[in-house]
Design a protein around this ligand. Structure first.
Ligand code: G3P
Ligand code: CA
Length: 369
């Protein structure tokens, strides 16, 4: 039986092998209290965005090589209706567009889900134009090391992400899933650039519109998921993302209402799980330290839904107060402790910017104490 020291060694040497301990036959009875029902999924959030500019093929590839079970592209549309991977329609924060004189006149203000946003927008660029840009690090003050890669990588299309997935499955000899998120689907639909049609087409084209495909589709808009399920006949599991406050854009029902036991039972009609903000699983106290777990995991499981919270990041500034190390906001704190604590609530997966740390945390959570 592997002990905690062996896990640490295995985790350090073989981050590419998820669920090492389960594969080695660690008996469930020896696991820590309240183990996950099955090994939690490590989801490479925007790829391995702790180590590469987010939403680049380099970021996704590194996530897979670090052992992520899924890679996560956020999806938006170009002017010619092609899906590309960006966290939001505005691209001034994650590309070098601001330094391109030929695109200076494209800068403008638009209203996205009721909020004015100024910058450059994917829907004002054809794919060919967008391909001339290069990705840059979103948070250089925290991830200065990632600025090393500024200017190297183009913005990938969703098709390119799916092709990368196939290549990495072959090379690594294991299934790597893709976990796309539709970003602002109502906004894009009103522009005549709906995200649903090209998403479903792309999945069909690669034989992935089936229940057992290594695909999970997520959205903050429940109506978008309902439509994907009921109208577009998307057969892959769907995951409803939630925040601690507010509700989906244009929806009279709040996230809190969706997460009541009755709301969860209704969600289970057309979704397979929820992706809550992590504070909805374990809130922080007024002093910034971790509080007591809510009943959300148990409630969701009772409704037959999986729970995969976001987003786990190793840097001090993102960690609970008691898990920070030193005073540098960009330095790593005790991220493993945070993730193991969450894993012991029974979550079914988690989004992380540092997939290697996520794989190690999962191994630690599964190991006998
Ligand atoms: O999709 C999970 C998580 O990524 C949701 O938040 O804003 O990082 O896309 P965001
Ligand atoms: Ca996302």
């Amino acid at each position: 039986m592997a002990d905690r020291r062996q896990v640490l060694r295995l985790g350090a040497l073989a981050a590419g092998a998820p669920a090492v301990l389960t594969a080695a036959g660690a008996p469930a009875a020896a696991a820590p209290p309240r183990p996950p029902r099955r090994p939690a999924l490590v989801i490479g959030h925007r790829g391995a965005s702790g180590y590469r500019p987010e939403h680049t093929l380099a970021s996704y590839e590194l996530a897979a090589r670090m052992g992520a079970d899924f890679i996560e592209p956020d999806l938006v549309a170009t002017k010619d209706h092609v899906l590309v991977a960006r966290h939001e329609p505005e691209i001034g924060g994650t590309t070098d567009v601001a330094s391109r004189p030929e695109f200076a006149s494209r800068r403008r203000t638009v209203e996205i889900d009721g909020v004015p946003v100024t910058g450059w927008f994917t829907h004002d660029f054809t794919l060919a134009e967008l391909k001339t840009l290069r990705a840059t690090e979103r948070i250089p003050a925290v991830r200065q090391h990632n600025t090393l890669y500024d200017g190297l990588f183009p913005v990938p299309t969703f098709q390119e992400v799916l092709r990368l997935r196939e290549r990495l499955c072959r090379e690594l000899g294991r299934e790597i899933g893709v976990y796309p998120e539709t970003k602002h689907p109502t906004y894009f639909r009103r522009l005549g650039l709906d995200l649903e049609t090209p998403l479903v087409q792309a999945l069909r084209r690669r034989g992935l519109n089936r229940r057992d495909a290594p695909v999970l589709v997520q959205s903050f808009e429940a109506a978008n998921l309902r439509s994907l399920h009921d109208d577009f006949r998307l057969r892959v599991p769907l995951i409803f993302l939630t925040s601690a406050t507010g509700g989906p854009y244009g929806d009279p029902q709040s996230y809190a209402e969706y997460l009541t036991p009755a709301g969860l039972r209704e969600l289970a009609r057309y979704t397979d799980g929820i992706g809550p903000e992590k504070g909805q699983v374990i809130p922080r106290k007024a002093d910034g330290t971790l509080g007591t777990p809510t009943g959300l995991v148990a409630d969701a499981h009772a409704a037959g839904l999986r729970v995969m919270p976001y987003t786990f990041r190793a840097e001090n500034q993102f960690l609970p107060a008691e898990l920070r190390s030193g005073t540098d906001p960009a330095a790593y704190g005790r991220a493993l402790d945070e993730q193991v604590t969450f894993l012991r609530t029974g979550i079914d997966g988690f989004f992380t910017d540092q997939p290697d740390i996520g794989v190690l945390a999962r191994d630690l959570a599964l190991a006998p104490a």
